[in-house]
Write a protein of this length. Structure first.
Length: 56
């Protein structure tokens, strides 16, 4: 691992293999998004539309 400083910002260089391993590990830790049924999605979108319309 190598550190590089450009314009007072630190960057870390790692091999591509390690980078892909880190991406995979992070993806496994993230929780999957909740999927809605058709009726749930409709009611949720209507709720958001009403909320956005009230803000205007």
């Amino acid at each position: 691992m190598t550190e590089v400083v450009i314009d007072k910002k630190k960057y870390v260089l790692i091999p591509a293999r390690e980078y892909h391993a880190l991406q995979k590990k992070a993806a496994l830790k993230s929780a999957p998004e909740k999927t809605f049924s058709l009726e749930e999605a409709r009611s949720y979108s209507k709720k958001l539309i009403r909320k956005w319309a009230a803000e205007k």
